[in-house]
Design a protein around this ligand. Structure first.
Ligand code: CP3
Length: 346
């Protein structure tokens, strides 16, 4: 199907664009009352993720209601460990919880399975992608995604969110062989999963390394970037974005990878990153999500400041991390409209 708006794909490839494309990480979710309405009729988050018609419905909501230039499939990075044998619960007001975690090599056989059919265990995601594209009718591209191996590893070892992920980091020192074994397993599954999303119709992909910033540089290269690189090398079908949150020093190695776009959090100066990577990559980001708590005028001013710092056409506008659930959707609209009305100077 021909896309009516392919701005984001052109921006990712470094092609000409009339204006900068804009979308938000976590745009499909609790900021929208329409999302909360769908969600409240269900037993929980997982039911929504696992019901393709409903996942498609909430994926499309921000396109219709906010006017973003791309949809991102409604799902979660944690569906991958679940498919590998480690189920999770999404605890209301708290976040993910894994009743079992990986503690030994023996656990890998049971809880870090690799040889399974993606459609068998994750067919609800690919089905949601097919339905979403049918319903979008080509109005905007659809982004598929997965967690980076290191971030998935964090949850499989730790079993829940953590400020330090000390259990996960401990394994890197006490049993690096186990760590590499698990990371390679996650990588193998993730590559097949991302390819299945493309086959189902994802027009571009993003890899989220939310916990990149908690490792030192050398460890991040060995246990993080090495596996992201393997993923980037295998995905050639569609543009791919790597978002390594909190890892400023990972920008240069990521810039050497076979990816189109580098996601930036709000700690990073777009101008500095541009100096580091040149014109070889598109940059995505990076307004502080908290900026959307300010007044409409201030949101507009801050967004324009960010746009003025772009010295190239190779930009996709986003926040520096997911939008916070209590942000007023009207502020998101101001952010989006400011980007759409902005006249690019380069
Ligand atoms: O709109 C989108 O971006 C698509 C949907 C999406 C979700 N999770 C839905 C979701 C995406 C891309 C994710 C990725 C994700 N999930 C990441 C990486 C990005 C990041 O934020 O760093 C991570 C670390 C997770 C794991 C996860 N899922 C956590 C820690 C939590 C609890 C915290 C929270 O925000 O509630 C979730 C739950 C989750 N995933 C929700 C949504 C909409 C909230 C669940 C609800 O509706 O109650």
């Amino acid at each position: 199907m021909n896309l009516k708006n392919d701005l984001i794909l052109r921006a990712a490839r470094g092609e000409e664009i009339e204006r900068y494309p804009v979308w938000l990480m976590r745009q499909a979710g609790r900021i929208l009352p329409e999302y909360r309405a769908v969600r409240s009729s269900l037993t929980g988050f997982k039911e929504l993720v696992e019901t393709p018609a409903l996942a498609a419905e909430v994926t499309i909501q921000p396109v219709d209601l906010l006017g973003v230039d791309a949809a991102i499939i409604f799902s979660d990075i944690l569906v991958v460990p679940e498919a590998m044998g480690l189920t999770y619960e999404m605890v209301e007001q708290k976040g993910p919880f894994f009743p079992k975690t990986i503690k030994s090599e023996d656990d890998l056989v049971k809880y870090a399975q690799v040889d399974f059919d993606i459609e068998d265990r994750l067919g609800y995601v690919t089905e949601a992608i097919r339905i979403t594209n049918k319903e979008l009718g080509g109005c905007v591209p659809l982004i598929g995604f997965a967690g980076a191996p290191w971030t998935i590893f964090c949850y499989m070892i730790e079993g829940q969110g953590s400020k330090t992920f000390a259990k996960a980091r401990k394994v890197l020192y006490t049993n690096p062989a186990l760590a590499h074994d698990l990371l390679q397993r996650i990588t193998d599954v993730t590559i097949r999963y991302l390819k299945a999303q493309v086959k189902a119709g994802a027009h571009m992909l993003q890899v989220f390394d939310s916990w990149a910033g908690i490792l030192g540089q050398e460890q991040y290269e060995e246990f993080g970037l090495k596996y992201i690189d393997k993923i980037a090398q295998e995905i050639n079908e569609v543009p791919i974005t790597i978002f390594a949150k909190g890892a400023f020093r990972a920008i240069e190695p990521i810039a050497k990878m076979s990816c189109n776009t580098i996601g930036l959090d709000w700690n990073m100066s777009v101008q500095e990153v541009r100096k580091l990577v040149g014109e070889a990559k598109t940059l995505q980001g990076n307004l502080d999500p908290c900026a959307l708590y300010s007044s409409h005028n201030e949101v507009e001013r801050l967004t324009k400041n960010m746009l003025n710092s772009f010295e190239s056409k190779r930009h996709i506008v986003n926040l520096g991390h997911g939008v916070y659930p209590d942000i007023n959707p009207d502020k998101v609209r101001t952010f989006i409209e400011t980007v759409k009305n902005y006249e690019r100077k380069n």
